[in-house]
Design a protein around this ligand. Structure first.
Ligand SMILES: O=P(O)(O)OC[C@H]1O[C@H](OP(=O)(O)OP(=O)(O)O)[C@H](O)[C@@H]1O
Ligand SMILES: O=C(O)c1cc(=O)[nH]c(=O)[nH]1
Ligand SMILES: [Mg+2]
Length: 194
């Protein structure tokens, strides 16, 4: 799929939002990609996951033992990626603030893990989820995401394969442009505001 075709899927799902958003990292943005809306169409979710899986080098696809994704946003695309790759898919969650495995999920020592996210902005959630995987003895071999909204500027410490890379600027709270500062900020994600 081309970048235009992928963004067309977001627009068709009314998932490319314009306004004033407080992001998970505490930064602010004029744009928000609501991946949950894109993924609510199950056929579209499957199509996007197949396209994302096809971006991974063949040797990597074969080496992966397990897909792990950070809840909530990563769960649906992680599950679809598990289906596309023919691998099991589990998730880490943070009911007490730090990502952990629950629900009887386990990671075998040395298991090669593909981390799957919906969106990467600063990479904070990805890095925290990777720490949780490593604490269990898993080896994170790569990350895949629907959207890299930092357009290649984030270093996750492992090879990173986004389906689409876009440069949407973000701003520190004290550094908002006037037109954003004039609007109340909406906080769409589930991470507690910093
Ligand atoms: O790269 P980052 O700066 O960490 O931002 C991206 C993260 O933010 C969103 O999750 P959020 O924390 O809003 O929670 P959710 O997945 O539970 O909605 C998104 O699902 C990514 O996990
Ligand atoms: O950085 C975030 O929190 C974030 C940005 C975005 O565009 N979409 C999303 O789900 N989270
Ligand atoms: Mg998330």
């Amino acid at each position: 799929m081309t970048d235009d075709e992928i963004l067309a899927e977001f627009r068709a799902a009314n998932a490319l939002l314009h306004g004033h958003f407080l992001l998970s990292s505490g930064r602010h943005s004029e744009y928000y990609l609501q991946c949950a809306r894109v993924l609510m169409d199950t056929e579209r979710a499957g199509r996007l996951a197949s396209a994302l899986a096809a971006k991974l080098p063949r040797e990597l696809r074969q080496a992966i033992d397990l897909v792990v994704s950070p809840a909530m946003g990563g769960v649906i695309i992680g599950h679809e990626m598990g289906r596309a790759l023919g691998k099991p898919a589990i998730f880490v969650e943070r009911p007490t603030g730090t990502f952990e495995l629950r629900r009887g999920f386990a990671i075998e020592k040395g298991a090669k893990v593909l981390m799957v996210e919906d969106v990467v902005t600063t990479g904070l959630s990805s890095r925290e989820a990777m720490e949780a995987v490593r604490a269990e003895g898993g080896e994170v071999v790569a990350e895949a995401a629907l959207v890299d909204r930092a357009a290649g500027s984030v270093d996750l410490g492992v090879p990173f394969y986004p389906l689409v890379a876009i440069n949407f600027p973000t701003y520190a709270p004290g550094d908002l442009p006037d037109h954003l500062a004039a609007l109340p900020a909406v906080k769409p994600g589930s991470r507690a505001a910093a």
